[in-house]
Design a protein around this ligand. Structure first.
Ligand code: AFP
Length: 345
């Protein structure tokens, strides 16, 4: 067996930083702190069935959804890691209505803000299905002598400095990009380190999986149903039908499609014109990752990373993954909008 040198995430971050002579090490420190908090959350996720951390707190998050204890634990861990890190002056979490100004002495003058979904897919916790954490880092726009402001968080995704996710699955992985390659690190529990396992991930241009919650079929726009019907159609030349895979944890569905090729969709629906997923906490970070892996993220009409956010908990329809599949979905949407115009004439 080839004896490959193990590269830990710490070593990798330091090495990457070496490529930027003007780097101050703040971003590297921030990424290391996120990695550390992820290890602590992973430890609790792994023993979720054993300790009294599993269960519902009885409260709801800002989107009115049930909050589980582990969500709160993860939220607290990431806030506390970022508060002590000194590289981040504020954080917006999917679990909180408003952003948090980190007021510790360390955090003063820090130049970054972080958006985080501390535990995505939490309805899967109780049943031992993969869940994840999603994060993105932006440079603050406000004057560093004062507190961070809402505008620091309401930046388009194209201005993300680094983004990534942690998947707590059959193994735990941290995948991130600082705007170059996308690299994946698997947690080796025997040494407690994330080790480089998936260097320079590239999403296959064509994919064989489609992921959508088809139970909402009657609420989807016609174009989405037409595209799903296309995915199911027999066609030898394009390897159809594509296989349906839907876990209900965006991180897990996205991760599979990133590695194997496929499309994940959460479209607009009747009564939910912007779908369910949040632009800042779920769509933008994943769009940043997929683009740097050679894929595409669209809201059906335009690039997700070009959407200008107007509020923290804004939602956004999403079609994300392999380029050919996302472009095909966009084509169905475009075609349908044309036929609607014709019908109106
Ligand atoms: P929860 O965190 O409430 O389980 O939501 C997970 C999620 O935001 C995303 O990870 C899934 O892809 C999506 O919602 C699943 O939503 P549906 O249950 O409506 O399909």
């Amino acid at each position: 067996m080839p004896n490959r040198k193990v590269v830990t995430i710490e070593e990798f971050i330091v090495k990457q930083q070496g490529g930027f002579p003007n780097a101050t090490g703040e971003l590297s420190g921030l990424l290391r702190d996120i990695g550390l908090a992820a290890k602590i959350v992973n430890r609790e996720v792994n023993k979720a069935g054993l300790v009294d951390i599993l269960g519902i707190t009885g409260t709801s998050n800002s989107s009115g959804e049930e909050v589980k204890k582990l969500d709160i634990f993860a939220n607290d861990q990431f806030i506390s890691a970022l508060r002590t890190s000194g590289e981040c002056c504020g954080l917006a979490s999917e679990e909180s209505d408003d952003f948090v100004v980190l007021e510790s002495e360390n955090a003063q003058n820090a130049k970054y803000v972080v958006c985080i979904d501390p535990l995505d897919g939490s309805s899967n916790i109780d049943v031992n299905v993969s869940i994840g954490t999603i994060f993105s880092i932006y440079k603050r726009l406000s004057d560093p002598s004062g507190d961070c402001t809402l505008d620091d968080f309401l930046q388009p995704g194209r201005d993300i400095v680094a983004a990534g996710y942690i998947i707590y699955g059959s193994s735990t992985m941290l995948v991130y990009s600082t705007g170059q390659d996308v690299n994946g690190f698997t947690l080796d529990p025997s040494i407690g380190e994330f080790c480089l396992s998936h260097p320079a991930i590239k999403v296959p241009k064509k994919g064989l999986y489609y992921s959508i919650n088809e139970s909402y079929q009657h609420r989807f726009p016609k174009a989405v149903n037409d595209f799903v019907a296309y995915c199911k159609c027999e066609d030898e030349k394009t390897n159809r039908p594509y296989s349906a895979r839907y876990i209900g944890s965006m991180v897990a569905d996205f991760h599979r499609n990133l590695i194997k090729g496929g499309i994940f969709m959460y479209p607009s629906m009747r009564d939910y014109p912007n779908g369910k997923l949040r632009l800042l906490f779920e769509c933008n970070p994943m769009a940043f990752i997929v683009e740097h892996a050679g894929g595409v993220a669209s809201n059906g009409q335009k690039r997700v990373l070009d959407i200008m956010p107007t509020e923290l908990h804004q939602r956004c329809p999403i079609f994300i993954g392999s380029t050919d599949l996302v472009r095909k979905a966009e084509h169905f949407i475009f075609k349908n909008s044309l036929s609607l115009v014709h019908e109106e004439v």
